[in-house]
Design a protein around this ligand. Structure first.
Ligand SMILES: CC(C)(COP(=O)(O)OP(=O)(O)OC[C@H]1O[C@@H](n2cnc3c(N)ncnc32)[C@H](O)[C@@H]1OP(=O)(O)O)[C@@H](O)C(=O)NCCC(=O)NCCS
Length: 161
């Protein structure tokens, strides 16, 4: 028997709480700066950023488990390279619910983002992830991404506001 293909759809308003939870898990893995915030501070920050990115054309695509709950999500948006001005598709967050990992959902949503980008004539994707995130690195490399820049951070007391 062949497994049903997994459907990908735009998220809906009632997905918001679970999306914020998944985003929170993913950003902790990718942006250690956020690890210093409390869960609720991080959640507020993500929500504010999400609202802002939405205005710039950002959207969240999801896959669903049989009961209808979100099993994985990808938040992305069209943007431009900050210096060259070349149009790019920026993947803000890709996150798979821990109970649904290693089932191909991450790769599926990544390919979906690539298709979304192509539809509007964008062929370059960009994302950030932490050097220690082995699962993400493996997934992105396997999907054809190559390391392009290394981010260096000077984290003195004076920069902590
Ligand atoms: C990274 C993440 C999105 C991968 O999602 P996933 O649905 O489990 O990945 P897939 O099943 O599509 O895996 C595709 C390939 O990626 C690689 N991969 C995925 N997870 C891996 C892991 N834990 N270890 C090693 N390789 C891994 C493998 O090559 C895998 O192919 P295979 O299963 O045939 O070996 C998921 O682990 C996750 O949500 N992590 C927490 C949030 C996060 O770090 N997000 C990325 C940063 S924004």
């Amino acid at each position: 028997m062949t497994a049903e293909p997994v459907a990908i759809e735009d998220s809906i308003e009632s997905d918001r709480p679970v999306l914020l939870e998944l985003f929170g898990q993913a950003v902790r893995a990718s942006y250690p700066d956020l690890a210093r915030m409390t869960r609720s501070e991080a959640r507020d920050r993500i929500e504010a950023q999400w609202a802002w990115y939405r205005e710039q054309g950002g959207h969240v695509r999801v896959t669903r488990a049989p009961g209808g709950g979100v099993s994985a999500c990808c938040w992305s948006l069209p943007t431009h390279h900050p210096v060259t001005g070349v149009r790019e598709w920026f993947i803000v967050i890709l996150a798979v619910d821990p109970g649904h990992r290693r089932q191909g959902l991450g790769r599926l949503l990544l390919d979906d983002a690539r298709n979304e980008a192509r539809k509007v004539g964008i062929h370059r994707l960009r994302l950030f992830t932490h050097t220690a995130n082995v699962a993400a690195h493996s997934l992105y490399r396997e999907a054809g991404f190559e390391e392009a820049t290394v981010e260096l951070v000077l984290d003195g007391e004076e920069s902590r506001g």
